[in-house]
Design a protein around this ligand. Sequence first.
Ligand SMILES: [Zn+2]
Length: 310
Amino acid sequence: MKARLLLLPLFAPFRGRKLRSGQPGRFCSLAACSYKLRNVELHPLWQSSSSVTGGTKQSPIDIQARSSVFDPKLKPLSICYDPTTCLQIWNNGYSFVVEFDDTTENSVVTGGPLNNNFRLKQFHFHWGAINDWGSEHTVDSKVFPAELHLVHWNSDLYKCFEEAIMEENGLAVIGVFLKLGTHHPELQSVIDLFPSIKYKDAVAAFTYFDPSTLMPSCPDYWTYDGSLTTPPLTESVTWIIKKKPIEVTQNQLAAFRSLFFTSIGEEEKKMVDNFRPLQPLMDRTVRSSFRPLPNVFHFETKVKEHSHQQ
Ligand SMILES: [Zn+2]
């Protein structure tokens, strides 16, 4: 019974459901260390041995920008989403998930690090109780208040999402960081549905939405081979992490925190801190689609050396 409960991650098969189918870097301040433990206390997803794997390609990771390797062969992603493939939004007890009809090739991503077509299945977010944490990935130890994941499966190699999730090169997930800034009108159209999905298992129709409006215009990204960040934690994911965050307001982040992990009638637990802690990079390389910024310190040193010689 308990095991079944624990298998209700973002990626549980939707049986029985009719589908038409700008903060400074935080190094090791007390807050940055303690945030990693908060979700363990809050959600049953992480209270069993299923949250521990012996894997060598686990996610999320800290992306160390200067250690990433520029790969000139990495072209911009080609994203084509049909807004009419959007189906519904639901509270799955860990996040809110916007699901898409993936029975056709109408909403796909290809190009970039991908050699196949990947169909859009769903998107969801991870966020913190406060703005100091919330994202799953970090960049040079910098944590963002939230992170968007757009989940796609390889429709060239596999028959369906449930098959692809367990297999190599099965999934491509695009990650987008959220930071505090200006109001995001397209995200607001998702947030406006929250009153209907406050509690676990609530579902609402949402039949027209283009999630590419939630992406930054900058094409730059990092990519690496990793895993799902919820059980079954399979190492089937090509991660594509956008370099530029999108901006949202404090009120929009507050709306995320107004949802509940719990069902109607249960003791209410706010849906916050629904992220997995960082995992070791191990023997992996993070590639970037863009040239890293020049090392300013190194550059200044060279200029001084040069002026001494004159
Ligand atoms: Zn996710």
